[in-house]
Design a protein around this ligand. Sequence first.
Ligand SMILES: [Mg+2]
Length: 223
Amino acid sequence: MGNMNTSPPAVVFSDFDGTITQEETFSLLMREFAPEASERMVPRLLSGEVTLRDGVPAVLETISSSVFPAMEKRMEEAPLRAGFEEFLNTLDRLGIPLVVLSGSIEPLIMAALRPYRNRIARIVAAKVDLSGPFLKITSPYADRDELVYKPGILLSFDVPTRIVVGDSVTDFSMARMGDIVFARSLLARKLQEEGRDYRPFETFFEISNYLELNKKTFKESRR
Ligand SMILES: [Mg+2]
């Protein structure tokens, strides 16, 4: 897969952390590799005093470049949510590309998804420069308060049906643009509060089943 030229009937835009992975790997990693900066910054991030766009690089850039391989190693071992491989099979069968959008950093996501890399159309995330003594974070997709502004990426795809999968409030703005939304955890709660339509999920089996059962309807839908 990975060929977007044949105008697919739909595209799945999925968050990575806590969505494809079973746990919030990024915050676990920050706490493990930058415990002091995390302790200082996390409450300020949660209170909204500091944006993700500023706060995440502030924590990561205290980490020595030499330990990055150990971070990648951790990610290789990160458990993925049940049914992910079967979900990729379903998407292949239906001709639907998967785009992974994340505020985490690209090589860490690559490490976790390495066995599936050629089955994912695109991974969009922040980038890391390891040439200096400490990590240096850059993001061509930074906008508003976000390190990776997901709605902007969604809008750059002209497809009849946008399927969004996510788990946290940082996925809310892209969920608002989805034709079909699968949500768990805080995202599900937020969508419920706002009275928006979504389908709850805990495993990718549920999403696969829904897509198989409804493939005809979303193939015909037009924005
Ligand atoms: Mg997430």
